[in-house]
Structures are given as C-alpha cells and as structure tokens.
Design a protein around this ligand. Structure first.
Ligand code: GSH
Length: 220
C-alpha cells in the first residue's frame, strides 16, 4: 500500500493527502517531520516532507509525487485529457507554488507562530512577489468555478493550500487583502472547503496544530 510520510500541519503534506483522498486511493499516513538525519535523507535528499513510499521506492517533492499519482496510481483523474489544458493546469499550479506559496512561506513564522520577525529586506521582497503572484493568478485563473475551469484539478489543490495562508500573510504583515479584486477566487475557497475530502484533511490538520505549535516552541 502507498505510504504518505509527513505531518498534518504541513500544507504540502495536505496537498498530497487531498490528492490521494480525492482519487480514492488506499494509503497509510506515517508521521514524520522534515529533518537532516541520514535515514530521512535516504528517502528525501533535502530532508523535506511529504514523501510517498510506493512499491518501487520513495518519491519526494509534492508536484512530482502528485504527477506520479496521476500517471501511475489510477483513481479519479485530476488533470484534463487534452495536453494543452494539462499544460494550463500545470502552469497554474507552478505559478501558485513559486510566486505565491514560496514568498508567503518566508513570513509564516512571524505571521502564524508569533516567532521571530522576518528580516525587513525579505519581507519587502515577499510583499512585492505576492502582489505580482496574485496578479498572475488573477490573469491566468478562470474560476468557473475551479481555478482552471469546470474540472477540479491539481491547480485547485495548490490554490487551496497556498492562497489562504498567503492571504493571511498579506493581511497580518502588510495590511493588504491580496484577493480583494478576486471575488470568484474567494468564492472558490469557500466552495472547496465544503468538499468531504477537504474537510477530512482539515480535521487532521486541526488535530496536529497544537502538537506542531509545541514543537516549534520547543525548537525556539
Ligand atoms: N519543495 C518541497 C517543499 C516541502 C516543504 O517545504 N516541506 C516542509 C514542511 S511544510 C519541510 O519538510 N520542512 C522541513 C525542512 O525544511 O527541513 C515540496 O514541494 O514538497
């Protein structure tokens, strides 16, 4: 059986978990925090989670894991059939990852965990990048009702677990609403939150949240 390594407060872990659930695939969760010990590095060379264990070995990096599941694991397709439409979905997911999730991530500790302040120069860059990232999403996203069109796809998975956190970073750190001019994107966040698989992922995240906070506090 497929095994998903990671922890439920991780948005990347939750992306893969949602894909597994939406596809209706059987899998087991294995609790693991990213770290640099040799045993983990043998499975994921940068020590990051999530990691997927397959009958043939380990796969790391969320977009690669999701691509593997789409190609190899069966279940409900989360990509369109046409190569051109697939390219649009992949571009949306990649742009959300690179230009929304990653700039927002630089500010997570300050925004969500009351931890150390993000250095001013990084914060200013994050603000600029987020504004451009959301503009790109507004330009390419279709939101009718899903990010890439009428089908729920992996672009929605990236959207769901990146945009809400980035929007909160915008509000908390910069006093801006990055989705102010995107009412359909806001409506999509609400629509996605009612999907049974999304509710299941949210329940796991809620259970893990206090443990994750305690870990962060212990790590200083
Ligand atoms: N590029 C990676 C990012 C995954 C990632 O950042 N995972 C975090 C948890 S949300 C992690 O493992 N952090 C531990 C570390 O950086 O050592 C992916 O797409 O899977």
């Amino acid at each position: 059986m497929l095994k998903l390594y990671g922890f439920a407060s991780s948005n990347y872990f939750n992306m893969v978990k949602l894909v597994l659930l939406e596809k209706g695939l059987a899998f087991e969760e294995v609790l693991l925090h990213g770290c640099q010990n040799p045993e983990i590095l043998a499975k994921s060379p940068r020590g990051k989670i999530p990691i997927l264990e397959t009958p043939e070995g380990f796969v790391s990096e969320t977009d690669v894991i999701i691509g593997y599941l789409e190609e190899a694991a069966g279940g409900l397709p989360l990509m369109p059939a046409s190569p051109f439409e697939r390219a649009q979905v992949k571009a949306l997911a990649k742009e959300i990852e690179l230009y929304i999730e990653l700039p927002a991530r630089v500010c997570y500790v300050e925004a969500f965990f009351g931890g150390r302040e993000t250095p001013a120069v990084l914060k200013a860059k994050a603000r600029r990048d987020l504004i451009k990232g959301f503009a790109a999403l507004a330009a390419r996203g279709r939101f009718c009702p899903y990010v890439a069109g009428a089908q729920f796809t992996i672009a929605d998975v990236y959207f769901l677990y990146s945009v809400d956190l980035a929007q909160q970073v915008g509000q908390k750190l910069f006093g801006i609403d990055l989705m102010e001019a995107m009412p359909k994107a806001q409506a999509l966040l609400e629509l996605l939150s009612t999907r049974p698989c999304v509710e299941q992922v949210a329940a796991g995240r809620a259970l893990d949240a206090p443990l994750f906070l305690a870990r962060l506090q212990a790590a200083g």
